[in-house]
Design a protein around this ligand. Structure first.
Ligand code: ZN
Ligand code: CA
Length: 304
């Protein structure tokens, strides 16, 4: 019988030949048992301790940063807990193991801001969990550095469109400025760019933004292919809408349909704020005043 028939008919063929060739059957049976054992071991593997998984979980706040370099030595229960927490946040089945759905979610382009900051103690905090907001309703913004692959006019339009959506849902008004100091600085940057979170080239982290306490700047990875009204590349309006949510004090949401969910799910011509986002911005704006925020001290020195 030809080899391809063997492959196609699998176990049934092995049983047939076994009647005439017991040694061959023994060999195939052993092989088959080894295969089954390996298959079961792979299926039961609690969590892969590969470097990329540890880096991802650590980077987005699910695993203590000191564990990211301890490949193979992270206690199973700690890792299982971190994966479960990520799965819960991402709204997928909570299995505690790196199943295909989890691997897929981790491969999606996303916002670079951490989903949780529980391990931030003792580190320089870039993002806060809560309690910061702008205490003026009219906020100025300025694009200090433009992307290389999009016309300035289009960038201005798409960012203004994103801010308009937030102003429609809140009491904030946004004013573009082209010189001088502003509340919100916008920059398209590559790799390291004067904060502690260098960009990572195409894919991965698309952008990140600072909460109001840290002046609300928004940074976009200039190695992404920024587009508008296209399935190609990464839609600037959609990512900007998300990042300006951080700028105004919103954290990541585990509501799948929310703009503040951290994952980029592709171009959506009807992309708009979810009720969860609207509830969030309204809760922030109606929060009691805790302290004054000073006008940020941004200069035009790095303008291209
Ligand atoms: Zn984000
Ligand atoms: Ca990137």
């Amino acid at each position: 019988m030809p080899a391809d028939v063997t492959l196609r008919h699998g176990v049934a063929y092995l049983q047939d030949i076994g009647k005439e060739q017991p040694k061959v059957l023994l060999f195939f049976n052993r092989t088959f048992i080894v295969f089954i054992v390996c298959f079961v071991m792979i299926q039961c593997r609690p969590v892969g301790q590969d470097r990329n998984t540890l880096m991802y979980l650590s980077r987005f706040g699910y695993l203590h940063p000191r564990l990211r370099a301890t490949q193979g030595n992270v206690p199973e229960d700690v890792l299982k807990g971190a994966v479960s927490e990520f799965q819960q946040f991402a709204g997928i089945n909570v299995t505690g193991v790196l199943d295909s759905e989890t691997v897929h979610m981790m491969s999606l382009p996303r916002c670079g801001v951490r989903d949780t900051s529980k391990f931030d103690e003792g580190r320089k905090k870039r993002y806060v969990l809560e309690g910061s907001r702008f205490f003026v309703n009219t906020l100025s913004y300025r694009i200090f550095r433009y992307p290389r692959n999009m016309e300035h006019r289009v960038v201005q339009e798409q960012l203004a469109r994103a801010l308009r959506m937030w102003s429609d849902a809140s009491n904030y008004t946004f004013i573009p400025k082209y010189t001088g100091k502003v509340h919100i600085g916008v920059r398209f940057e590559r790799g390291s760019h004067d904060d502690s979170e260098p960009f990572d080239g195409p894919g991965g982290a698309l952008a990140h933004a600072f909460f109001p306490k840290y002046e609300g700047d928004a940074h976009f990875d200039d190695e992404e292919t920024w587009t508008f009204a296209s399935k190609r590349g990464v839609n600037l309006f959609q990512v900007a809408l998300h990042e300006f949510g951080h700028t105004l004090g919103l954290q990541h949401s585990n509501v799948k349909t929310a703009v503040m969910a951290p994952f980029y799910r592709g171009y959506d011509p009807d992309y708009k704020l979810d009720q969860d986002d609207i509830d969030g911005i309204r809760a922030i704006q109606s929060a009691p005043r805790l302290s004054d925020l000073k006008m940020s001290n941004k200069t035009s020195q790095k303008q291209r």
